[in-house]
Design a protein around this ligand. Structure first.
Ligand SMILES: NC(=O)c1ccc[n+]([C@@H]2O[C@H](COP(=O)([O-])OP(=O)(O)OC[C@H]3O[C@@H](n4cnc5c(N)ncnc54)[C@H](OP(=O)(O)O)[C@@H]3O)[C@@H](O)[C@H]2O)c1
Length: 257
């Protein structure tokens, strides 16, 4: 029981780990004792955050653009050069595109699907060999995909491509869970409600009170909420869950079944 929620000495990769929700997750993992890699396109951002997080554990920055298959393969290769196994992959990097229905551009679909869906697939597949090496019957390797409540219910804003990608990633979570279970790799998703981040800053500035009023628990998410759900899924406590989506949303989707 004592170590049930431990991720100590596990090796983790958090994509998009230099800011927002990815940073909340990375901080939780580092402070809980996991050796944590963070990636994104902006080297200065991830290096600065990795240095700050390394004051309470081990955090390493690796640059990656995950909007192409080559970028995903390059990140997997780089992790493979540094580690002989990977216990936890958090597919968090994501992008959004909002525009009115009448003007919603074709390019939004390509951009959002390339990173939010194809990126998750390509990176996970490329890392299966390293995840495999960490996987055991009692403590499987973990893939955790960051979806969104916008993939469960119709979104608050006009984010047609984004919300479709987030529904796609929740379904891909189930598909990959079935595929990878024989290899003792679990695949689950977290669907966050609203959390403060660069992506959400303007929305929360403009509609914060309105959004809060739709959340039964009456507040937006905090870093600990995101870290807690991730650590649960990544520790032995979450070993028997796969193909699931945990909604970390203050009850925002309670009426959605
Ligand atoms: N905040 C919320 O309320 C909320 C709610 C539901 C779901 N989510 C989900 O949570 C995840 C994180 O979002 P966030 O709110 O924290 O947004 P954010 O602050 O904009 O962070 C997005 C992260 O993804 C990285 N990224 C973007 N494009 C990339 C690319 N081509 N290759 C590699 N990395 C890339 C960014 O770093 P670089 O720009 O340096 O590459 C950044 O680290 C997303 O999947 C989002 O859909 C957020």
């Amino acid at each position: 029981m004592k170590d049930l929620f431990s991720v100590k000495d596990k090796v983790a990769l958090v994509t998009g780990g230099g800011q927002g929700i990815g940073l909340m997750i990375a901080q939780g993992l580092v402070e809980a004792g996991a050796k944590t890699y963070i990636s994104s396109r902006k080297t200065d951002v991830i290096e600065k955050e990795a240095a700050a997080l390394s004051k309470s554990g081990t955090c390493i920055a690796v640059r990656a653009d995950l909007s192409t298959e080559e970028g995903c393969l390059a990140l997997a290769e780089e992790i493979g050069k540094r580690e002989d196994r990977l216990h936890i992959l958090v597919n968090n990097a994501g992008n959004n595109w909002g525009a009115p229905f009448e003007q919603y551009p074709d390019a939004a679909f390509d951009r959002c699907f390339a990173l939010n869906v194809k990126g998750v697939f390509h990176l996970t597949r490329a890392l299966v060999p390293l995840l495999n090496k960490a996987a055991g019957d009692d403590d499987p390797a973990r893939v955790i995909n960051i979806g969104s409540i916008d993939g469960i219910q119709a979104p608050f804003l006009e984010t047609y491509a984004y919300s479709a990608t987030k529904a796609a990633v929740l379904h891909m979570t189930r598909v990959l869970a079935r595929k990878l279970a024989p290899q003792r790799i679990t695949v689950n998703a977290i669907a966050p409600g609203p959390f403060e981040s660069k992506m959400m800053h303007e929305t929360l500035e403009t509609f914060g009170d309105q959004i809060k009023s739709t959340i039964p628990l009456g507040r937006i998410g905090r870093p600990e909420d995101m870290a807690g759900a991730t650590i649960y899924l990544a520790s032995r406590a979450g070993a028997y869950l796969t193909g699931l989506t945990i909604r970390v949303d203050g009850g925002a989707t309670t009426s959605q079944g």
